[in-house]
Design a protein around this ligand. Structure first.
Ligand code: G3P
Ligand code: MG
Length: 247
């Protein structure tokens, strides 16, 4: 499948869901993104101690739940008891850390597409990838996901386990040898920090990657510039604001 098979219409991915309007990486944020008109969701996944894949961003529980310490040393039986909503607003009290399987079921039901970003502790890449792909096997009818990571070992493991996956090469900064790795892994998209981007660089990047995605863009004027310079889609916390003013 070529990159052109992915349609970003509208050209945005709800970053951790509509995370300006609901607690990030929760089902409430994903439902809100859909309500706001997004057709693509971006969310982060990691492995809990019991082997369950959960949707969560930080290494530690402290910022977005009422728990503390490292997520990955906890089993899901404990994680599911945590409140992942009150920190954002008391209206979201009782919102839980979702399992990947719950979010895949939501995607399947609503026919939404997803960029699944894998975050793995060093040394846990293979195990994390294996569990994520085994979950995806059970939801074969969801729209083809874009699977991304900042971690080269994770991307290598993904490619080793499947030649068919659509991989997103995530970078916060342009590493020296990124182009070689991008090509070796047959990646589909380049997912870059929007702060790096300008018209000249975008032109150079698009000669290598026909699909260029930029995170995180919440300013409609900046979004309009990026689109006019050739960025294919943006990750945003506020789909409604971008859709109202730009797309
Ligand atoms: O995938 C784009 C973006 O989510 C990468 O950064 O830290 O928000 O996961 P982060
Ligand atoms: Mg992410």
């Amino acid at each position: 499948m070529s990159a052109s098979v992915f349609r970003f219409r509208p050209p945005l991915l709800a970053h951790r869901g509509a995370s300006a309007s609901a607690p990030e990486n929760t089902l409430a944020a994903f439902k809100k993104a859909q309500e706001q008109g997004a057709r693509w969701l971006e969310f982060d996944v990691m492995l809990a101690a019991c082997g369950e894949v959960v949707v969560f961003h930080d290494e530690t529980l402290d910022r977005t739940t009422n728990g503390q310490g490292l997520l990955q040393v906890q089993p899901y039986s404990y994680l599911q008891t945590l409140d992942a909503g009150s920190w954002f607003d008391p209206r979201f009290a009782g919102e839980r850390i979702p399992r990947l399987s719950e979010v895949l079921a939501f995607l399947q039901e609503e026919r939404l597409s997803a960029n699944i970003e894998i975050k793995a502790l060093p040394g846990m890449e293979k195990e994390t990838v294996t569990h994520v792909l085994s979950q995806l096997e059970q939801y074969k009818t969801i729209p083809t996901p874009l699977i991304s990571s900042f971690s080269i070992p994770v991307l290598k493991e993904l490619r080793q386990q499947s030649a068919l996956l659509q991989l997103g090469f995530l970078m916060d900064d342009l590493a020296m040898d990124w182009e070689k790795t991008y090509r070796e892994l047959h990646c589909t998209s380049l997912n870059l920090n929007q702060n790096l981007l300008n018209p000249t660089l975008i032109q150079q990047l698009k000669a290598i990657s026909s699909l260029l995605l930029a995170y995180t863009v919440n300013d409609p004027a900046r979004a309009a510039d990026l689109f006019s310079w050739g960025v294919d889609a943006i990750f945003t916390d506020c789909p409604a604001k971008i859709l109202a003013t730009v797309v």
